[in-house]
Ligand binder design. Structure first.
Ligand code: BGC
Length: 751
């Protein structure tokens, strides 16, 4: 398709029409220009393609497809290869169904456990979210199908999601809320990006030139298409100028008229419109030219969905090796989720699932069991009869497995949760089961952390998250040891909601939500604050044990540009094969700014046979050490010491090694009348000069009483230049002269 030639041929009206969707899921077609329409479809964990029941009539239906585990689960696999593989499968399904863009992955950061859409999002950590979604995108797009990474950006809640303004400082945006997008864009170049509904610092994402043109396109070099979230456009003209190419699902022609008018009266440049049209046509061309024959064999893909969940389940507690079950013992299965698992969330990602497998439907294959519903999985209603029946059966069993979780209505796109608790009827059931004295194992089906008041009193906890249509089989495989669990939490489980750093500022008021905790999100907060959590970030058990040894670095001091390679050996010291997610955190010891106590900068999943040893390798570049310095408008890795930590969770660091960055430009202090003496004395750019230049005035400032020199120095540290008029008998003229001289001195050295 000669896109440029087509754009030249198009009338203004045709162009204005090309930049909005039609029929909810399609782009416009122009048969006379040989431009076909392409269809987009949700996403992210299955193909939710919609079609017209009767062509020409408005009624739509959804195809039956395979529901893969949601991102809350797949994130725990910490396995980019698995994500890529799942991407291939999804891409092939899209080809088979003639879907040109799969609307995902969704990478918004899990700021609060209450966000209704956390189940669709990857992590509280931008590094994990970036790497896992980059892999998924690679897989889908290798099949000649586009993706739409969403929701760009700072859409970490559902409350007033289409209106409220996320008030976030730039450093926090750059370090926490943007990097998952940045990584995926730089590593996997998604064909499209979907902007979010909300405003950022007062400006809608759909018309934010800083976000769409400056950061995304100019700084990150993105050359694909930006589409709106469905109905996210407020001012279409401002949107086109800001870099929003395609309005979805469209405006029913309303904006076609306003675009034409704006171009005619000069409010919108035709060049900006042409850019948007070009991006739309390029997208169409991309898909059309990569069409391939595919079959969608649901049975085969269903097996893949089971496999992905097996790799994602997290074993959170296993006291006295209560798991795996042997198959010999009498097991009491309790809880409605055993029969009707909760395996996906509500809203746009909801799949018409092909085959939902419950644990109960397979239980016979695994051992002797009884089943009692105990409580309803659909609502929080206490039912005495159900509970008593379950208790009776449980008293007679060797072990009890409770299938607990959040009812469907508790978490969905469109609204947030109101609290972090499980339904009271479930907690009550679990408490009573514990009282039987039999070991209790709880399997959880939830899209986001829940409070676990009984965690210390049960023997086992298995986190299945929303594990896709094959969840029942994967859970039974883990319970009975056919699969050795290897998932790790991609988010922290706080003990209670009020421990969460966003607690006082979620979901905001007066149509604003203040991200006041800044960069201290998730473990960055809990670990820095040394706060107890129920389960830390990166945590997960295995049926085998691993030993770490021999941590080594390629060099101990290096420039930020050179970076460093780190490796550590991991040995499976148990008697069954298993997988370990090795994590690398970096702790900044330079004191160049306020930072979290450590941040994840690498992970690596190793499969190990009993007795086997493998090395986990990490390559750390400048970004692994840097923070975003708003003053310099760039990433900055200060000279000095950093600790590299390697371990199996953010709270289980096995080895550390100290390294040094050298050769970075030190930051000179900003020189004006407010600069403090301490800053001048601390900086190599100004220290000697200040001492020399200020000597005679400092002499006026001698300790008169019992203060030591040391105390005086400490006090002087926080005196700005302007205050020296009062303390050091300096005239205003002299001070201004010193200030000017210091500026020149710094400028000369910076050359
Ligand atoms: C959601 C998007 C989704 C779109 C299309 C919106 O409401 O926020 O994630 O892709 O609808 O269904």
């Amino acid at each position: 398709m000669d896109v440029d030639a087509i754009v030249k041929k198009m009338t203004l009206e045709e162009k204005a029409r090309a930049v909005e969707g039609v029929g909810f899921w399609w782009t416009q077609e122009y048969p006379e220009l040989e431009v076909p329409a392409i269809q987009v479809s949700d996403g992210p964990h299955g193909v939710r393609k919609m079609y017209f029941k009767i062509p020409g009539e408005p009624d739509m239906a959804t195809i039956t497809a395979v529901c893969f585990p949601a991102a809350c689960a797949t994130a725990c696999s910490f396995d980019p290869e698995l994500m890529e593989d799942m991407g291939h499968t999804l891409g092939k399904e899209c080809q088979a169904e003639d879907v040109g863009v799969l609307l995902g992955p969704a990478v918004n950061i899990k700021r609060s456990p209450l966000c209704g859409r956390n189940f669709e999002y990857v992590s509280e950590d931008p590094y994990v979210a970036g790497k896992m979604s980059a892999a998924l995108i690679r897989g889908v797009q290798a099949e000649g199908v586009g993706t739409s990474i969403k929701h760009f950006a700072a859409n970490s809640q559902e409350f007033e999601r289409m209106y409220c303004s996320a008030e976030v400082d730039e450093r926090t945006l750059r370090e926490i809320y943007l990097p998952a997008f940045e990584t995926a864009i730089k590593e996997s170049n998604p064909w499209t990006v979907m902007c979010s509904y909300n405003k950022i610092n007062g400006v809608y994402s759909s018309e934010n030139p800083w976000l769409l043109n400056q950061v995304l396109r100019e700084e990150w070099g993105y050359d694909g298409l930006v589409m709106s979230d469905w109905g996210a456009v407020a001012n279409r003209i401002a949107g086109i100028a800001a870099g929003l190419d395609l309005e979805m699902p469209g405006s029913n022609g309303v904006n076609v008229e306003s675009i034409c008018k704006a171009v005619q009266d000069g409010t919108l440049s035709e060049e900006a419109l042409d850019k948007a049209v070009t991006n739309v046509l390029r997208l169409v061309d991309r898909f059309v030219s990569s069409r391939q024959e595919e079959k969608f064999v649901r049975e085969v893909d269903h097996a893949k969905a089971v496999e992905v969940e097996r790799e994602s389940i997290v074993l959170l507690k296993n006291e006295n090796k209560v798991l795996p079950l042997s198959g010999e013992e009498k097991v009491a299965l309790v809880g409605g989720f055993a029969e009707r698992p909760r395996y996906q969330g509500g809203g746009s990602s909801h799949i018409e699932s092909f085959r939902v497998v419950s644990a109960l439907s397979l239980a016979e294959r695994y051992g002797t069991f009884t089943y009692n519903r105990g409580f309803s999985e659909a609502e929080d209603v206490y039912d005495e009869t159900l509970q008593q029946e379950a208790l009776e059966a449980a008293r007679d069993a060797d072990k009890i497995v409770v299938f607990a979780g959040l009812p469907e209505v508790f978490e969905s796109e469109g609204y947030d949760r109101e609290h972090m608790q499980l339904p009271a009827c479930q907690n009550r059931m679990i408490d009573q089961l514990i009282e039987t004295g039999k070991p209790v194992i709880v399997v959880l089906h939830n899209g986001s952390p829940v409070e676990l008041p009984w965690a210390d009193r049960v023997a086992g906890i298995v986190e299945a998250y929303l594990g896709g249509e094959g969840v029942g089989e994967a859970v039974m495989d883990v319970l009975y040891g056919r699969v050795n669990p290897s998932g790790k939490l991609a988010e922290s489980f706080p003990i209670k909601l009020s421990d969460n750093p966003s607690f006082l500022n979620f979901p905001g008021s007066e149509h604003k939500v203040n991200y006041a905790e800044g960069i201290f999100v998730g473990y960055r907060y809990y670990d820095t604050k040394q706060m107890d959590v129920r389960f830390p970030f990166g945590y997960g058990l295995s049926y085998t044990d691993f030993r770490y040894s021999n941590l080594r670095v390629s060099r101990e001091s290096f420039t930020a540009e050179e970076g460093v390679t780190v490796s550590v050996d991991v040995t499976n010291i148990g008697d069954r094969a298993g997988k370990e997610v090795v994590q690398l955190y970096v702790a900044d010891r330079t004191g160049s700014t306020r930072r979290p106590v450590h941040e994840l900068k690498g992970f690596c999943k190793l499969a190990l046979e009993p007795g086997e040893t493998k090395a986990a390798q990490f390559v750390l570049d400048k970004r692994a050490f840097a923070w975003y310095d708003v003053e310099q408008g760039d990433w900055y890795a200060a000279n000095g010491a950093y600790t590299i930590e390697v371990g199996s969770s953010s709270r289980d660091i096995q080895y550390t090694v100290e390294v040094r960055i050298i050769g970075s430009k030190d930051k000179p202090p900003v020189i004006d009348m407010d600069v403090q003496l301490g800053e001048l004395l601390a900086s190599p750019y100004t220290r000697e000069y200040t001492l020399e230049r200020m000597k005679k005035y400092m002499d006026h400032f001698r300790p008169t009483t019992s203060e030591s020199e040391e105390m005086m120095e400490a006090v002087v540290r926080f005196m700005p230049l302007h205050s020296l008029r009062s303390f050091m008998y300096i005239t205003n003229e002299e001070l201004e002269e010193i200030c000017e001289d210091l500026k020149k001195h710094v400028e000369e050295q910076m050359k």
